[in-house]
Design a protein around this ligand. Structure first.
Ligand code: FMN
Length: 170
């Protein structure tokens, strides 16, 4: 276990030594299958539990998990409890993966997350926070568009106000 987490710890320590612990957070994907060409860890609870204990000593700004398989599902392998792992972290914890507003509020109220990171919803809703606040319908982008390699369908989605303005001008 020490050897599996060695690189992550050494890199984190090096970055902290330059930027300071309060400006460094870490994002981990404990169960995402086939991240790059690295297979999932064979003992997620022990390996990540140890890593988090070590990270606690660095007093980082936050820990951030991709909870489940990135942008696919929140299902985790048998025997894995990501909430139990993140609970071991002593600083702020950011949850991510397939959140909607209701789940964000619920998990925040349960004390399972301190904050939530939205990914895909921010692509097609550049004004996501405002839409959530005002209960405006969200645009769901087709997956092909944001992996297209260009701006079209990726960074050119309008805000809700811009959509309303352009449809009333027509
Ligand atoms: C177009 C696109 C590119 C992404 N690139 C990265 C990346 O470079 N590194 C990373 O850790 N996650 C990346 N992700 C994953 C997101 O950070 C996030 O974990 C994932 O979309 C799940 O969150 P969501 O359900 O809110 O979208 C990417 C996701 C998308 C849609």
């Amino acid at each position: 276990i020490e050897n599996r987490v060695r690189l992550t710890l050494e890199v984190t320590e090096a970055v902290v030594s330059i930027w300071g612990n309060d400006r460094v957070g870490i994002r981990l994907s404990p169960v995402t299958p086939d991240a790059g060409n690295t297979p999932p860890d064979s003992n997620v609870m022990a390996t990540y539990g140890y890593l988090i204990q070590q990270l606690n000593q660095l007093n980082l700004a936050y820990l951030h998990f991709v909870e489940g398989a990135t942008a696919t599902s929140r299902t985790v392998p048998e025997g894995v409890d990501l909430d139990a792992l993140s609970a071991q972290f002593e600083g702020p914890f950011i949850g991510n993966n397939n959140y909607d507003l209701a789940m964000a509020i619920e998990r925040r109220a349960q004390g399972r997350i301190d904050a939530v990171a939205f990914g895909r919803l921010f692509i097609s809703n550049p004004d996501l926070v405002e839409r959530l606040r005002r209960g405006i319908e969200l645009t769901i982008a087709p997956r092909e568009s944001y992996y297209g390699g260009g701006a079209k369908g990726y960074t050119d989605w309008p805000t809700a106000d811009a959509s309303i303005a352009s449809s009333s001008a027509k």
